[in-house]
Design a protein around this ligand. Structure first.
Ligand code: ZN
Length: 416
């Protein structure tokens, strides 16, 4: 794949490779339903290590707070007072084994299928991005765990940016802020972030996939829970008396539009996705998530649900149905559209590296969405990895360096 000279220079002049290999071997899997913050106290082990490393690079203003967030400041060297933050998350996903990661290097990759332990094969026919990485150093796990490039590639890229800028004081930089967060994978990545400590005008998360992905749009996300209340009675004497909530919950799910499901949609298409069903004949509940890029589609989805409810109630007037809709997160574009200069810095950075940004709306959420609504506009940039949350996760070392090069170019452009 095409990469600018800066990428090779960062790879040569910074400790990128060793630091990435080091980070992935620290177990930082977050834990769903934990009582503590961060959800796994092991995340703080990496946090403490990162603070030490920032200090050894010469960044004296670096600390980890009691919640496991790492904050660091690198002062401007040219009087430019703009404050730009780079953010990555330290935890790794829990959908896949994530403890005891043993990274494997496949140097000078030849384009063939990569065979790992436990019969895991990363085939360039499925993972087509591999074809663009011939000659690169591909990093995988040994096949028994995920790798954790999501998002330790982002952490390593930001750390190497800091190292590179400190080695090159001739590069004019604004006020730079660094923040490493815990618990992104369980949706709590910014729950306890201290924006005063982040201390920035705008920010970038480095949590995207393959080059040159950039995102400034994500789903509007709502949840819906519909409760069906029936009438319970001894089945032997139930004729014309029983109303079985299970039957109506089942019927409700069956009437949801099948073309509007995650398995049948892509791009900008919205969906309604049933994620849970529970109950007995007296009471049954169906949980769903609603997703769309425009608010009008959420209203449309809510109306679809309400219409099905009306239909079922007209069929069985004794049935009681209660829907509850709740907002989860919103499309960051609502904020970004008034701050597009934040995106323009990335676009220019990538163009200066001889490429074009691959702008994609995220069919999911991002910490940057919540940060944007908290007043910190925050698009997302690739960190290099592919096949997140799986034993087939991989990253080309050169692409982590490329992400780092993009951040260096952003820094330059903010000053210009
Ligand atoms: Zn991530």
């Amino acid at each position: 794949m095409k990469r600018d000279q800066l990428t090779a220079t960062i790879l040569k002049e910074t400790n990128l490779k060793n630091r990435f290999l080091d980070y992935v071997q620290v177990d930082t899997q977050s834990v769903e339903g934990s009582e503590t913050f961060p959800s796994s106290l092991k995340e703080k082990v990496l946090g403490a290590k990162l603070v030490d490393e920032l200090k050894s690079l010469g960044i004296t203003d670096a600390e980890m707070d009691e919640n496991g967030y790492v904050y660091a400041k690198l002062a401007s060297n040219c009087g430019n007072k703009k404050r730009v933050a780079f953010i990555a998350h330290m935890d790794v996903a829990l959908d896949c084994a994530g403890e005891g990661v043993k990274p494997v290097l496949h140097e000078n990759y030849d384009g063939s299928a990569i065979k790992l332990n436990a019969g895991i094969v990363i085939d360039p026919e499925d993972s087509t991005e591999l074809k663009q990485c011939i000659g690169d150093t591909i990093i995988t796990s040994d096949g028994t765990t995920l790798l954790g490039a999501d998002d330790k590639a982002g952490v390593a890229a930001i750390m190497s940016m800091a190292e590179y800028l400190l080695k090159h004081p001739e590069i004019k930089r604004p006020e730079i802020r660094i923040c490493f967060t815990p618990d992104e994978e369980i949706g709590c990545g910014v729950d306890r972030i201290n924006l005063e400590k982040v201390d920035a005008d705008f920010a970038y998360t480095l949590d995207g996939g393959f080059p040159y992905e950039v995102n400034y749009e994500n789903f509007n996300a709502f949840s819906a829970k519909v409760t069906f209340k029936g009438i319970s009675i001894h089945p032997g004497y139930a004729k014309d008396k029983m109303v079985n909530a299970i039957r109506y919950a089942g019927k409700f799910v069956d009437l949801l539009p099948k073309t509007m499901s995650p398995e049948r949609t892509c791009g900008r298409e919205p969906f309604i996705h049933p994620v849970g069903i529970e109950g007995n004949l007296e009471e049954a509940k169906v949980s769903m998530i609603l997703r769309s890029f425009v608010p009008e589609d959420i209203t449309r989805e809510e109306n679809i649900i309400l219409n099905i409810i009306e239909l079922l109630k007209s069929e069985e007037p004794r049935l009681q149905v209660t829907p509850v809709f709740k907002e989860s997160y919103l499309n960051m574009y609502e904020v970004m559209k008034d701050h597009m200069e934040v995106y323009t810095y990335v676009e220019k950075a990538i163009e200066e590296l001889g490429a074009k940004p691959d702008v994609e709306p995220i069919r999911g959420g991002t910490d940057g969405a919540r940060l944007s609504f908290m007043g910190l506009p925050c698009p997302n940039i690739f960190a290099g990895g592919v096949n997140f949350h799986s034993q087939k996760e991989w990253v080309a070392l050169e692409n982590i360096a490329l992400a780092s090069a993009v951040t260096v170019k952003i820094v330059e452009n903010v000053v210009k």
